[in-house]
Design a protein around this ligand. Sequence first.
Ligand code: BGC
Length: 252
Amino acid sequence: MTTRIVLGIDIGGTGIKGAPVNIDTGELAAPRHRIATPQPATPEAVGAVVKQIVEHFHWSGPIGCTFPAIVHNGVTLSAANVDQTWLNAPAQQILAAATGLPLIILNDADAAGLAEVTFGAAKGRGGKTIVITLGTGIGSALIVNGELITNTEFGHLIFPKDMIAEKYCSAKVKEDKDLSWKEYNPRLNAYLLHLQLLFSPDLIIVGGGVSKKADKFIPEMKGLRCELVAATLKNEAGIIGAALEAAKIFHA
Ligand code: BGC
């Protein structure tokens, strides 16, 4: 069998990372390449960086690209933690034009969810899985019997009262407010209990940068009926999920 490789690119607020991914094993086929996100991170400036990543790998096939906002039919419909010029931008069209290659764009947490259900902590799981990514914002992916339900945006739930969840318990909030794990954990715990109340998931997976420190918070979460685990794909989940989506769309 020939090896099926697709380029995955993860666009974030601080870095844009890419690597060719073996979509049958989930392994990166070459070390990932990272370029700092240009400031201001307008669609044109980001397009130029995506092109640089494509050139770095001498890539000429399909590309999957994540983006940290609502992405519906290739259009970016929110801009909570990104440059406001992305609001209602035909992002997929812009990035495809910048590279001259077939390109699909999807939400970053949805990409992480796809990667986790295909190769990671949600693999082979039935029922409902919620993937939460804790970073600058809070991203979410809902997977029902192995199928991803896109653009759930659970980080924007009103929680607690009069607040948006990601302003209460993202990794950035922990850092900005200099919260110790002892101070931060009750916030995360309350948010996870709220998700449980609303969705009764069978499994919650916590990803994003903090998942590397899972031992600091996973054992401290109380009152959950469902299983709670750290993401297994860590930093690479976005790249892998983006490549998987592109493989599906472009029949790679
Ligand atoms: C955005 C989501 C994104 C998450 C993580 C939120 O602010 O609204 O679309 O998935 O941040 O980057």
